[in-house]
Design a protein around this ligand. Sequence first.
Ligand SMILES: [Zn+2]
Length: 306
Amino acid sequence: MKYNASALLSVLLACATLTACTPNPYASTNKAHHKQVKAFAKQLRVTPALTPGEEQLKQGDYWVGTTNFSMRRPNFVVIHHTAQNSTEQTLNTFTQPSTQVSAHYVIGRDGKVYHMLNDNLRAWHGGAARWGNDTDLNSSSIGIELDNNGAEPFSEAQTASLLQVLDMLKKTYNIPTANFIGHSDIAPTRKNDPNHTFPWKKLAEHGYGLWYDEGILEKYLQPAAPIVISDSTGTAPAIILQPQDTVSTIPFIFNPKEALRIIGFDTRDLPAAIRAFKLHFVQDEVNDVLTEKDKVILYNLYQKYM
Ligand SMILES: [Zn+2]
């Protein structure tokens, strides 16, 4: 048998660089993956592919397929934490058909990246979700799962790899800066990932997601005016109380619910939307109460999203 020397060399090189040729424990589920991809490819080859109900339409005289098209492109990135204890556990979960969950990318605590699904296909990571008027985030987004037990900080290696993946996605698909969001943003009544330690500010500094302006709190927050209690007879000295609170000087007509809705949050459950907003943009005291500080942050972001 004669070998093609250059082909053999490239196989050896691929082994050395990609997998070190260790046996892949996911060989059988990879086979199932390829089978499904093939089935979708077969669907795409059917022409004309009728949308259900289309056969009832008054049809043109013949089928004409356009020559000008491409694959669909994702326009959002949704970031998650896995709430599991290891990457291996997540890879296993995402290869069991019974779980019905998946993501395009899984990033380990060690920074290793597993690209589990072609970006042009639809992963099942968002569930029932809404952002603005988009009610099918699975169709419009890339899902990234970060291996994290749900309460711990995200490691430097993991964040570094995440930034690389985001850079790649933003460049490839021209994803708008504001469209890098978290699972809790799109499903505020059900989800709290990524957890409150997630470095959203750092991401925004690199161009992934929005953040409020530096100095905005100093600009709009000031100590509440002192309360003066004076004796009506004018004989006793006035008592001056200095409240601990601060007040904001944002416009009186500012409507926080409207602002949350403009940013994208589903405000049908307002307390849940406030919690999701605080988890992402405030990160301390994640509850459903908007303090004066929270309102200033919200007001600033609302203007960016307008
Ligand atoms: Zn999630």
